[in-house]
Design a protein around this ligand. Structure first.
Ligand SMILES: Nc1ncnc2c1ncn2[C@@H]1O[C@H](COP(=O)(O)OP(=O)(O)OP(=O)(O)O)[C@@H](O)[C@H]1O
Ligand SMILES: [Mg+2]
Length: 280
């Protein structure tokens, strides 16, 4: 597994599901093996991919949080070449109550996907618009979180609140979690959208992604048609934006891996030198 990426924001309707589905589609299109987990009770990512929501919650992502030893392989439905989906279910809306008295309730998802680590390159998690146990589990299982920010007046406050939660999760559960802010539903010709984006870039210069996702009807139409934007409108502006996002995230994750490999290599060389000087 190269990365586990949560797509989050407790604010509703900011493009999380659209991003989770189309990023997954673009990664799969590049030959990466992708598992998309729909962790939202609304099941929008499931519908977006034209998959019917299973009747029993035991066949959905609910099982990843609520059962002791879920079988990820059995839950994952193949939807396209290189793309697997674990569907969502309305029962997820009550998962906070279910997990209330359970031990290790923050890290259940992380443990559930661990045995599947060698079978996929990327896990993408579509989070619900809340900061409950599903989102906390997603963050604690992740290497990266992409915060979708709709560039309007209320967005900034929502991002500040989410970052406060992420800070706690980082400290307690996922110290290496990398944070990325992604402007979605962006209209570069609208002054308000432009100034909100500038404010976000000023305040979070190291976290804001260069890619922005434009507002375009094709992305909504693709969701209604049960298709990714790649299949629905290949080469369209919406498709191009999600390919750019894929490029940028692959570059960030690749650079990070290279640095980690260099550190490991340096440590191994140091150890070898220490051993050989002890022998001599
Ligand atoms: N870039 C875009 N251009 C046009 N429409 C978009 C874009 N992104 C998302 N939408 C549309 O906006 C609506 C909300 O998007 P989406 O479902 O992705 O948001 P969400 O954050 O997942 O919502 P929720 O919080 O309810 O889960 C949908 O109808 C979707 O098709
Ligand atoms: Mg959604």
């Amino acid at each position: 597994m190269r990365a586990v990426i949560s797509i989050a924001n407790q604010k509703g309707g900011v493009g999380k599901t659209t991003t989770a589905v189309n990023l997954s589609g673009c990664l799969a299109g590049r030959g990466e093996r992708v598992l998309l987990i729909d962790l939202d009770g609304q099941g929008n990512a499931t519908s977006h991919l034209g998959v019917e929501i299973p009747e029993s919650e035991d066949s959905t992502s609910y099982a990843l949080l609520a059962t002791a030893e879920p079988d990820v392989e059995k839950l994952a439905v193949p939807v396209a070449s290189n793309l697997l989906l674990i569907p969502g279910h309305i029962a997820l809306a009550e998962v906070d109550i279910k997990l209330f008295s359970q031990i290790n309730r923050d890290t259940r998802l992380a443990r559930a996907i661990q045995p599947f680590a060698d079978d996929v390159d990327f896990v993408i998690i579509d989070c619900p618009p809340s900061l409950g146990m599903a989102t906390v589990n997603a963050l604690s299982a992740s290497t990266d979180v992409v915060i979708c920010v709709q560039t309007n007046v209320f967005a900034y406050e929502a991002v500040r609140r989410l970052l406060a939660i992420i800070k706690v999760v980082k400290k307690e559960l996922a110290p290496d979690l990398a944070i990325h802010a992604l402007a979605t539903l962006h209209r570069s010709t609208v002054n308000l959208n432009k100034s909100v984006l500038e404010k976000i870039m000023q305040n979070f210069p190291n976290q804001t992604l260069q890619t922005t996702i434009c507002q375009t009807a094709a992305l909504t139409e693709a969701a209604a048609a049960g298709q990714t934007i790649i299949d629905y409108a290949n080469g369209s502006r919406g498709h191009q934006d999600y390919e750019k996002l894929t490029d940028e995230l692959l570059r960030i994750i690749g650079d990070r891996q290279k640095k980690a490999d260099e550190v490991t290599l340096r440590r191994e060389v140091d150890e070898l030198e220490t051993t050989s000087s002890a022998v001599n």
